[in-house]
Design a protein around this ligand. Sequence first.
Ligand SMILES: [Zn+2]
Length: 146
Amino acid sequence: MNDRVCLSPFCGARTTQRVQRCPACGRRMFGRDEIAARGRHLVLLGLILAGVVGSVVWFWSSGLLPAVAGEPAPSFRGTAFEARALLFALIALILTGVCFTASGALMMAGRSSRTPTRAAIILFAAALVAILICLASAYLLRDGLN
Ligand SMILES: [Zn+2]
């Protein structure tokens, strides 16, 4: 077995033919060794992302969590809504890292990584939307509200 796999999270076609391009979607196809190598990078990337964002939440929780609950927080000057949006974004980023790690582990095991990869993309998009909402709330609406 030396099959090649399309790594597109929205395709995932497999073939035993030695082709460079996916017959279904036209993206590059990867052999097992290449996928295992990419899987290792993805595991590392996911652990770093979850670790860095997790540390931020850990060290900032004493300032951020009261703000989320609507209590006065000296280290967070935004509104409770902004604190909630920010906390949501940070948690979504941690889960993105967890999904990347799961995806990379599946790739190293030679299994399909489409489900965690799709979940990671959706979580990352959700984190970006939450950050944009938080920034919009902080910079665009502040003058109108106060
Ligand atoms: Zn494909």
